[in-house]
Ligand binder design. Structure first.
Ligand code: ATP
Length: 275
């Protein structure tokens, strides 16, 4: 320590790692999917001896597929938080453009860091844009990046301790080489939520909101057919903003802090959701 008495450790403790604290409780309507992913990833990560005993290999790669905004990223983040894993996120389109020319190097670095910091989750969003089916591959660069991704995955040594989660909306347009054993050989479908699932998502996003008596989340779940998690989150957010706008004309924004009487007046009513 130094004279201030503050200990500065060289490497932050795992608990302090800069990963967003997202828990499984923050994910609505994906109970069975959470159970599956915990069994596939969390269990072997925490208890490799169970899998050794069974002679079953822990996965290196899991593919999450389903429409945009259904919670694939959320699920990967929650898994990282709950297992206290190092979290690396990487977007397919970004690696194809931003690191153009250095993408292979970048992939190598990310996998190396993940092994050093294990346990780790590497999340690759829109993986189909890195590794589309070969007949869709046009350029030499794309071909090299697919090859590199396969190479770094095959080279992963800490099986079960470093897991790659790939997300895609178009699983059929993925290079089949990626789905061979030892690569992304497990899949979980993350579908459009049904009524029950929508209700759970609404409950999560309305959790901290001052709701009026007339707001019935069950009714909202009934009438939001086709809405995915991201749509429901936006619906709740927008309802909150409408409630706020009703009060804004009364606000004196020059004051230090908004008086409690005014804060207490901010209530989200049914119309804020359904109008
Ligand atoms: P994309 O394929 O577009 O990346 P995604 O499936 O990864 O989509 P997320 O990024 O996880 O979707 O979801 C976006 C936001 O929508 C989340 O941050 C969250 O606020 C909300 N959301 C989506 N799905 C759920 C869910 N199942 N439960 C609670 N919130 C959700």
């Amino acid at each position: 320590g130094d004279r201030t008495g503050i200990e500065i450790s060289e490497k932050p403790a795992k608990e302090e790692r800069a990963i967003p604290r997202i828990s499984y409780e923050d994910i609505g309507g994906l109970g069975p999917e959470i159970k599956k992913i915990r069994e596939m990833i969390e269990l072997p990560m925490k208890h490799p001896e169970l899998f050794e005993r069974l002679g079953v290999e822990a996965p290196k790669g899991v593919l999450l597929h389903g429409p945009p905004g259904t919670g694939k990223t959320l699920l990967a983040r929650a898994l990282a938080s709950e297992t206290n894993s190092h979290f690396q996120t990487l977007s397919g389109p970004e690696i194809m453009s931003k690191y153009y020319g250095e993408s292979e190097e970048r992939l190598r670095e990310i996998f190396k860091e993940a092994e050093e910091e294990a346990p780790s989750i590497i999340f690759i969003d829109e993986i189909d844009s890195i590794a589309p089916k070969r007949e869709e591959v046009t350029g030499e660069v794309e071909r090299r990046i697919v090859a590199q991704l396969l190479a770094v995955m095959d080279g992963l040594e800490s099986r079960g301790k470093v897991v790659v989660i790939g997300a895609t909306n178009r699983p059929d347009s993925l290079d089949p080489a990626l789905r061979r054993p030892g690569r992304f050989d497990r899949e979980i479908e993350i579908g459009v939520p049904n009524r029950e699932a929508r209700l759970e998502v609404l409950q999560i996003h309305a959790r901290g909101m001052p709701l009026a008596e007339d707001v019935k989340l069950e009714k909202l779940a009934d009438i939001t057919h086709g809405f995915v998690g991201a749509d429901l989150a936006a619906l709740a957010r927008e309802a909150g903003m409408r409630a706020l706008r009703r009060i804004v004309p009364e606000l004196d924004l020059d004051v230090e802090s908004i008086p409690v009487e005014i804060l207490n007046k901010i209530v989200v009513v049914n119309e804020d959701f359904v109008d």
